[in-house]
Design a protein around this ligand. Structure first.
Ligand code: UDP
Length: 235
């Protein structure tokens, strides 16, 4: 295995599967199986889950809602997704803990770095909910922040596209995929990998990001085995 401890970022939209909204139980079960496979190989897995399938603060604000209020709704949406993922992982017999940056003690542990790393050492999957706990941030920023804090080897950004392209592959069939690209080149070429706050935090801390297609079964295992199936962003 190429990595010992990984931070997997899953967007909320990924959980929708073919739906327009909410959570697709089939997709969730598939993710749980893929995650189980790498846990069984001894990889320590932490997960940051998004909330875009339920609510985004920006969308609320564009409809006249107070942005901060909307962002808290978005953060709570990530907790809903975290609970769903925890349930799917437990169905697959993967020991799991959910920790949240905003305290919701009846359903999740508060985020405590030392406790999180202890869980990881014991082979438990740790899901981080409610993002950074702060409005005006995204779960991509939370993913980078938590990855640095728990000393993860890499951020695995599971998406529905199989890497980073020079143009949008869903709009241009001739778009070219990068196997490797530097942080500087991503910025220079104006490519979108994560929002800038998240991206520069990763660059400053020399934390590589791998963007890969999480919707193809077995890809997660390939990535942690060191196969170049997505795009790796490195210094
Ligand atoms: N959010 C926030 N602070 C954070 C993380 C998330 O305010 O640290 C809110 C924000 O409104 C965001 C929503 O939660 O739009 C859902 O997160 P995100 O958009 O990152 O989810 P994803 O796109 O990964 O599904």
């Amino acid at each position: 295995m190429q990595y010992k401890r990984v931070l997997l970022k899953l967007s909320g939209e990924a959980l929708m599967g073919d739906r327009q909204y909410g959570i697709d139980p089939k997709r969730l079960a598939e993710y749980a199986q893929d995650i189980k496979e790498i846990v069984d190989k001894g990889i320590e897995v932490a997960i940051v889950i998004g909330g875009g399938n339920i609510f985004r603060g920006v969308a609320g604000a564009s409809n006249g809602m107070d942005r901060v209020q909307g962002d808290y709704m978005g953060m709570l949406a990530t907790v809903i997704n975290g609970l769903a993922l925890q349930s799917a992982l437990e169905d697959a017999e993967v020991p799991t803990r959910l920790q949240t940056a905003i305290k919701i003690e009846a359903i999740a542990e508060p985020y405590i770095k030392r406790r999180a790393t202890r869980h990881l050492e014991k082979g438990r999957v740790v899901i981080f909910g409610s993002g950074t706990g702060n409005p005006y941030f995204t779960t991509d920023s939370a993913a980078v922040l938590r990855a640095i804090e728990i000393d993860a080897d890499v951020i695995l950004k599971g998406t529905r596209v199989d890497g980073i392209y020079n143009e949008d592959p869903e709009k241009n069939a001739d778009a070219k995929k990068y196997e490797f690209i530097s942080f500087d080149d991503v910025i220079r070429k104006g490519l979108k990998v994560m929002d800038m706050t998240a991206f520069t935090l990763s660059q400053e801390n020399e934390l590589p990001i791998i963007v890969f297609d999480m919707n193809t079964r077995g890809n997660l295992m390939k990535v942690v085995s060191g196969e170049n199936i997505g795009t790796k962003v490195n210094n």
